[in-house]
Ligand binder design. Structure first.
Ligand SMILES: Cc1ncc(COP(=O)(O)O)c(C=O)c1O
Length: 421
């Protein structure tokens, strides 16, 4: 673990000393940004080979000229690659454009306007989505934009509180969907346990057209050599007799180039047919050259796994720095808890109730930008004002260390001031 010790006995300092330390940080005029989970330049450089791996050979395995229109479901070899990565069958995969978030947006908007394989348009039915929280702000933004009411559900160590989920979906036919980031949730780094996956697949829903948007954005983004397993939701739904419930999404945004990778969706045959019907109105075909580049660059899932180990070697010291500094500065003081993720892009920090917004403001005033407090909850409102998402991937290690020293100081000051108020 990285320790970057600057003060061997911080626990002995009093509030005045902490405030003085905060002021000295402020005087440094820092300009650090820990807001978004972006890959750093060194990570992006790992995929430079993508840029010239095609040369002038732009034919897919079946002879398709990838420079031209068509093949809406994606190149067969790209579908096979994602199938391996997502633990599904190639026929269940649609390979899309550059963004899985755009695919999620389309799935939701098309369900609102035209319905799903299971029922008519959601629009007019006052649809609701379950939102395990803390969660991903851009999922919540889709719901907010289209007036889908969000119902927060607490997260446990193995996924959402399933007693609550089962109760809500069974009792209310307007609950049409649910967001899930199943392996390395954003921001908690939680991995859904097998029992949770099976309950999600088998639970009785009042809505026949209930959909789980299974955003497997961090499917292969491990920080450890022996990653925790994740059961296949698609297989579990099929086994439970609810084959159309799961819509699985993923992309190479944090494997190759963020925003210039390839996205994919996996679902039942009926859902694939239905969604391709919608896609055919939207586009004459996605960027197959980029799909072919990815297949040539990686060859297969083993190629992706080897590549992800290079990402982990860059990211792990940054994650270790975050947790080591939190532990050294705050450990045992009862002023914060935090996740220690074994994959994904975030560390989730919980302050005492009523302190998160203040910590984010204090850090900002001293030159460290953090994700807005509340962003990890529906409508941007953390009911306990305590959760902060830390995103250590982009800044260089030395900056992550500096930023975290400051964040820890802010947390302790805010917590102590609140306790004495
Ligand atoms: C959970 C999750 N899903 C989706 C995305 C965005 O994916 P894409 O770049 O494929 O649109 C992110 C990016 O931070 C994310 O954290």
């Amino acid at each position: 673990m990285t320790t970057a010790t600057t003060d061997p006995a911080p626990q002995t300092r009093n509030l005045d000393a902490l405030r003085a330390e905060y002021e000295s940080f402020r005087a440094r005029g820092l300009a650090l940004d820990m807001t978004r989970g972006k890959p750093c330049n060194e990570q992006l450089d790992l995929s430079l080979g993508l840029l010239d791996c095609l040369g002038r050979d732009f034919k897919a395995a079946d002879g398709t000229d990838c420079r031209n229109y068509g093949v809406l479901e994606g190149l067969p070899e790209a579908r096979a690659l994602f199938a391996e990565l997502l633990d599904v069958q190639p026929g269940e995969v649609i390979v899309g454009g550059n963004s899985s978030l755009a695919m999620m947006h389309d799935v939701v908007v098309q369900a609102l306007l035209k319905g799903t394989t299971g029922g008519p348009a959601w629009y007019g039915q006052k649809p609701k989505f379950l939102c395990p929280s803390p969660g991903y702000d851009r999922h919540f933004a889709i719901c907010e934009r289209y007036d889908i009411a969000m119902v927060p559900v607490a997260m446990n160590d193995d996924g959402p509180d399933m007693d609550e989920v089962e109760r809500l979906v069974a009792s209310d036919a307007s609950v049409k969907g649910m967001w899930c980031v199943p392996r390395y949730s954003n921001p908690g780094g939680v991995v859904y346990g097998r029992a949770v996956v099976e309950r999600l697949a088998a639970m009785k829903t009042a809505a026949p057209d209930f959909r789980i948007l299974w955003d497997n954005a961090y499917a292969v983004h491990h920080l450890v050599d022996a990653p925790p397993p994740l059961a296949s939701l698609l297989a579990a739904c099929a086994a439970a007799g609810n084959p159309d419930r799961a819509i699985v999404l993923s992309s190479t945004s944090k494997i190759t180039f963020a925003g210039a990778g390839v996205a994919a969706l996996a679902a039942s045959a009926a859902n694939v047919r239905h969604l391709v019907g919608g896609l055919s109105i939207q586009t004459i075909g996605h960027d197959k050259l980029n799909q072919l580049r990815h297949v040539r660059f990686f060859r297969d899932a083993a190629g992706v796994t080897a590549h992800m180990k290079k990402h982990a070697a860059i990211l792990k010291p940054k994650f270790d720095a975050v947790t080591a500094i939190l532990e050294r500065r705050l450990g045992g003081k009862g002023v914060a808890t935090w996740s220690e993720p074994v994959g994904g892009y975030f560390v989730s920090l919980d302050t005492p109730d009523g302190c998160a917004a203040k910590v984010v403001r204090m850090a900002d005033e001293a030159g460290v930008k953090l994700t807005k407090a509340g962003a990890t909850y529906p409508y941007g409102k953390d009911p306990r004002d305590r959760n902060i998402r830390l995103a250590p991937s982009f800044p260089p290690l030395a900056q992550v260390e500096q930023a975290m020293e400051l964040v820890a100081i802010c947390v302790e000051i805010a917590a102590r001031e609140r306790a004495s108020a």
